[in-house]
Design a protein around this ligand. Structure first.
Ligand code: CP
Length: 303
């Protein structure tokens, strides 16, 4: 692995390795024995969108590994005043050992990787959220012991989480039924990728189909960052797509729920369901830390 920009650039063996290393970092952290694998290394944390989990888990994780993480708001950088991404990349690559970038366009993260000369990790774009989906896979595997053969459902917007979930779940041997309203389908290239997996992937409009007999149900907000002006239209278009008690009753009795957070309670998930599944949802939030340490440990410390 040279960069982490999208999951489709990884092999199933590489994803499994990330999850194994994350499990080990978690075990060592619980034992009070964090390895200082980033001693002397510096990581730029460049954010062009808001963040609670990604920013703080990276800052804490890099500290636990003995390195330096520098938070850089894209609004404060010259990039906000028009400095090209290629020049920013070549400058930051002279100072830092790796760069995490959260922004809107996938092409900007890819340009950063092309020009920086150091590993680049996507902190989320409009197209993909690889760190989050790796974390979801870690959390489900931790609870179920395996991923292959599990039946997953997704109810919501065919946006960045959906794109990365399709790739991650299918590569790890899961079945995935994804329910998205008309007009909110996942990216065309991701649907093309999914064709390689036959009937292990289904795209439907009926959210009950995604929930039926599911081992794990995923959802995400209806209005992502940068779409705020569409909020009212999206509330109308996603009406009926809430993960609520009636829908959960269609899933297996021990069905897990995963939500990347922040949640809009009462929209994509009810307060009742979020609280009933808070155990695995906040494990998922915690596991961001361990997955990010694993990705950095692999890229910078030969894990
Ligand atoms: N799930 C996630 O990426 O959270 P933040 O937006 O808070 O980083």
């Amino acid at each position: 692995m040279e960069h982490l920009l999208k999951l489709s650039s990884l092999s199933p063996a590489e994803i499994t390795h990330i999850l194994d290393v994350a499990d080990e970092y978690k075990r060592l952290h619980r034992a009070g024995a964090d390895p200082k694998d980033l001693q002397g290394k510096a990581v730029a944390l460049m954010f062009g969108k808001n963040s609670t989990r990604t920013r703080t888990s990276l800052e804490v994780g890099i500290y636990q590994m003995g390195g330096l993480g520098t938070y850089l708001s894209a609004d404060d950088l010259q990039i906000a005043r028009g400095e090209p991404i290629q020049d920013t990349a070549r400058v930051l690559g002279r100072y830092y050992d790796a760069i995490v970038y959260r922004t809107f366009k996938q092409s900007d993260v890819e340009a950063l990787a092309q020009y920086s000369g150091v590993p680049v990790i996507s902190g989320m774009t409009d197209y993909a959220h690889p760190l989050q989906v790796l974390t979801d896979l870690m959390t489900v595997r931790e609870r179920r012991g395996t991923l292959a053969g599990l039946k997953a459902g997704f109810v919501g917007d065919g946006y960045n989480m959906a794109n990365s979930l399709i790739v991650g779940c299918l590569m790890m041997g899961m079945h995935l039924t994804m329910a998205c309203p008309k007009g909110y389908r996942p990216a065309a290239d991701v649907l093309f990728f999914a064709r390689n997996y036959g009937d292990r992937f289904r795209l439907v409009q009926d959210p009950d189909e995604a929930a039926r007999d599911a081992d794990v149900l995923f959802t995400d907000v209806w209005t992502s960052m940068g779409m705020e002006r569409e909020t009212e239209r999206r509330r109308r278009d996603f009406h009926g797509y809430t993960l609520d008690a009636a829908r959960m009753a269609l899933a297996r009795p021990d069905c897990l729920v995963q939500h990347p957070l922040p949640a809009h309670r009462g929209e994509e998930i009810t307060d009742e369901i979020l609280e009933a599944h808070a155990g695995e949802i906040f494990d998922e939030a915690e596991n961001r830390l361990h997955v990010e340490k694993a990705v950095l440990g692999i890229l910078l410390a030969g894990k």
